[in-house]
Design a protein around this ligand. Structure first.
Ligand code: UD1
Length: 435
């Protein structure tokens, strides 16, 4: 379906918005369910396409999966099929996180490489290196990552693993592969993202003996028997932060519910430097899920600040487009440095079409703020770029068309509805191709 959003510059965004579970958590939690035979239930799941797509991946491995609103129920059989189906995997890059659980459960995994990506190259070398250190053989064969730890003299054994970079995906796969390994596994320079902590919590609930979640050193005492669990997904900090940026860009007043503000400490501090007032609020029990919330208020033109993307607790690369959109209308010049995904600056060319005074050089973008952007048709190359362009459209003169919004839908459940409820002028148009 070819759809686009029409965004009109409007006044300040005001009100409260509820954020549900994190996309980057739920998909890994669904994969973790593979580690225990029986029924796992995951709640607070976002209603986005990636969840049923991950359900298809798990079905191709032999599971029964039902998705009902924000609840996903996964029935895992005693015997799994260790070979993931290419058609399912190719539709969902994150499905590569079944690699670790399959190696753990079946001592063998064949997972098709998911293919190219708009935000830059996404190799799996660290995933494979970790699995090899655990005793598995791993190679790329016929378009698939193949990992095997069976046969004479081959077994998964605990190991000391240093990651070259705190990769989120490699940390998750190695962690899940190690839970049945003999002995102790130590993953150093591990990713510390809140979504990793969420995965560690779920694995602990299942009976895994893991310590160090949220630090750079994860220790796993392998061999525990895991049992299924019921787990609630943490709130999506990237979605929550997107609404915070929107509040600051429009000089609004927005309360974000369902996201732990501590997951956004750095972001909220930077938005304060940009001129906003931020505070943690305790919502009334009847509001949302009772999780902590935060409020962001701003008035007048934001001040320019510099942004540097880094692994957590650094500034998230997934928010880099929002930082560029904010910088585009800030008073002064901002430098944005991208250290995680080299392809992410493709989005800057679309911002220039909206009148941003921006240029890139290698890992850096320099943005000189202008008072107001000017509307144009633009293209969303990925989820976050799409959200950044809509935010820019909110502070542009005239009507901005944002195309390929299927990307946005994959990361932001109820995107248009949420923005509209806050007073934004955005609507979805179903139309034949225009380009
Ligand atoms: C996850 C998130 C993504 C987020 C990213 C960084 C999901 C579904 N996606 O992606 O939204 O932007 O974390 O916070 O959770 N790398 C290698 N070799 C490897 C693995 C990674 O070189 O084996 C590189 C990547 O190319 C990239 C960097 O490491 O430059 C970070 O990647 P990683 O943290 O693994 O990101 P993902 O898990 O793919």
């Amino acid at each position: 379906m070819n759809e686009h959003f029409v965004v009109r510059g409007a006044g300040p965004l005001e009100g409260a918005v509820d954020v549900v579970g994190a996309k980057n958590s739920v998909l890994k939690l669904m994969a973790a369910a593979l580690l225990a035979e029986g029924r796992t239930t995951i709640t607070n799941c976002p209603r986005i396409l990636d969840v049923p797509l991950m359900g298809d991946v798990l079905r191709s491995l032999g599971c029964d999966v039902s998705v009902d609103g924000d609840v996903v129920v996964i029935d895992v059989p005693a015997e799994l099929n260790p070979e993931a189906d290419y058609r399912s995997v190719s539709r969902l890059r994150a499905s590569v996180c079944v690699l670790g659980p399959l190696v753990a459960r079946c001592r063998r995994a064949v997972v098709p490489l998911p293919g190219g990506d708009a935000i830059g190259s996404r190799p799996l070398d660290m995933h494979q290196a970790g699995l090899r250190l655990l005793g598995a053989r791993s190679e790329i064969s016929h378009g698939c990552v193949v990992a095997e730890a069976d046969g004479p003299g081959v077994a998964l054994r605990g190991a000391q693993i240093w990651l070259d970079f705190p990769s989120v995906g490699a940390t998750e796969n190695i962690l899940m592969a190690s839970v049945f390994a003999e002995g102790t596994t130590v993953i150093d320079n591990a990713a510390r993202e809140p979504e990793i902590v969420d995965l560690v919590r779920m694995l602990q609930e299942m009976g895994a003996k893991i310590s160090g979640g949220g630090t750079s050193t994860l220790t796993v005492h392998g061999g525990a028997d895991l049992t299924p669990t019921t787990h609630r997904v943490i709130g999506d900090r990237i979605v929550g932060a997107t609404w915070a940026f929107a509040a600051v860009m429009t000089g609004g007043d927005v309360t974000v519910r369902g996201v732990d503000p501590h997951h956004l400490d750095l972001v909220l501090d930077k938005l304060t430097q940009a001129g906003a007032t931020t505070e943690t609020v305790t919502p009334a029990p009847e509001a949302g899920n009772g999780a902590p919330a935060f409020r962001v208020r701003a008035g007048g033109r934001p001040r320019s600040v510099d942004w540097v993307t880094l692994p957590y607790p650094g500034f998230a690369t997934d928010l880099q487009p929002m930082a560029i959109a904010l910088s585009a209308v800030s008073d002064g010049t901002s430098m944005i440095t991208e250290n995680v995904f080299e392809g992410r600056f493709r989005f800057v060319e679309e911002m220039v079409r909206l009148g941003a005074d921006a240029r890139t050089d290698g890992h850096h973008a320099v943005v000189r703020g202008v008072e107001r952007l000017s509307s144009a048709p633009v293209w969303a190359s990925d989820i976050r770029a799409g959200a950044g362009l809509v935010l820019a459209g909110l502070v542009a003169d005239g009507e901005t068309e944002v195309w390929d919004v299927a990307h946005i839908d994959r990361g932001y459940p109820g995107f248009v509805e949420n923005l509209t409820a806050l007073g934004g002028d955005v609507h979805r148009v179903h139309a034949p191709p225009q380009r």
